[in-house]
Design a protein around this ligand. Structure first.
Ligand SMILES: [Zn+2]
Length: 325
């Protein structure tokens, strides 16, 4: 079983109205927890499947295949060639409709949010407000609702003025859609990431993930205009050459990448081809220049790191690097 039942249901619910769980996926989860979902009407068993997708192997290009029950076995029959028939396990013809409303209520209750969830717009629900911080939690199941330009206004209309808002989104949302929500001041994260997992009760959201982590103070700031670098609060003026080297390495590191020797060469010399050692010399110069600004215990070579055969990295987390004009 690679995925928990809550995650599986949440992921399948992203299909919007008519979302269903197929027996093949459900089967590893059959048991008490699954029966509970049936009893609570989060899942409702549908009539057994009567057709099956066309077979991949037959040359005749058959269409959807009828499922016949033969000697107590289910067989998807190829009208063209019985050698292509597929014998199905009993669970494979089963499927379960997912009731998004019931799922949403279950998640809100498991998370300990007081009140009853309600729909903000088709496919998006206000789950409630966290008891500790009063944050409004919105769960968007349907990607169509996540892409709705009016979502911000619809959520604002339902949350008290000034109330912090977290929006849990279906997977695969476009950056621009996420951006619209974060620009509005909402904390927006994928719903699948917010499920507490094995640690918490099933279907509960992880309280910590619902709260945004405060932005951290940058440890490395590159100031292009002043040609200086601020390291752990200490400012160092750099020569043009050293600044270009620092900027190239920091820009790559801020994208979690490694600056190649070629990147540095290009920053310093354009497309002129130069001796390999010039880059190594330039990096060594930079290390010497910044050494006095580094806190005790951080050696220059630990801060501007050489990655053999790849290039250079910075010994600081990517989100702690800022590049100013
Ligand atoms: Zn066929």
């Amino acid at each position: 079983m690679s995925e928990s039942l809550p995650k599986l249901l949440l992921r399948r619910s992203e299909a919007g109205r008519g979302a269903a769980l197929w027996g093949r996926e459900a089967q590893p989860h059959f048991g008490r927890a699954f029966d509970r979902l049936l009893a609570d009407r989060v899942l409702t068993e549908r009539a057994p499947a009567t057709t099956w997708p066309p077979c991949r192997t037959c040359d005749a290009g058959c269409g959807p295949r009828a499922i016949a029950e033969i000697d107590g076995r289910f067989v998807a029959e190829c009208p063209e060639d019985h050698a292509c028939d597929t014998v199905l396990a009993p669970h494979e013809v089963r499927s379960f409709a997912i009731d998004p409303e019931a799922l949403v209520r279950l998640i809100a209750a498991a998370t300990g949010l007081p009140g009853t969830p309600f729909m903000v717009t088709e496919g998006a629900w206000m789950l409630g407000r966290t008891p500790t911080t009063g944050r409004a939690i919105v769960l968007v199941l349907d990607p169509v609702a996540g892409r709705d330009p009016d979502l911000v206004a619809l959520v604002r209309a339902e949350a008290p003025v000034g109330c912090p808002v977290t929006v849990l989104l279906p997977s695969g949302m476009e950056h621009a859609d996420m951006r619209r929500l974060t620009t509005a001041g909402f904390h927006a994260i994928p719903a699948l990431d917010a499920l507490a997992g094995a640690a918490g009760p099933a279907f509960a959201l992880d309280g910590a993930s619902l709260e945004p982590t405060p932005a951290r103070e940058p440890k490395v700031i590159l100031r292009a205009g002043a040609r200086s670098i601020v390291l752990f609060g200490r400012t160092v003026k750099l020569s043009q050459r050293r600044f270009l080297v620092a900027q190239t390495i920091a820009a790559a590191a801020s994208r979690r990448a490694i600056a190649s020797r070629r990147d540095i060469e290009r920053a310093l010399y354009g497309n002129r081809s130069v001796d390999d050692r010039l880059v190594a010399d330039a990096v060594r110069d930079l290390r010497e220049a910044i050494a006095p600004a580094l806190p005790d215990g951080i050696a220059p070579a630990d801060f501007v790191q050489t990655r053999s055969n790849q290039g250079y990295a910075l010994g600081v987390e990517h989100d702690l690097i800022r590049l100013d004009p």
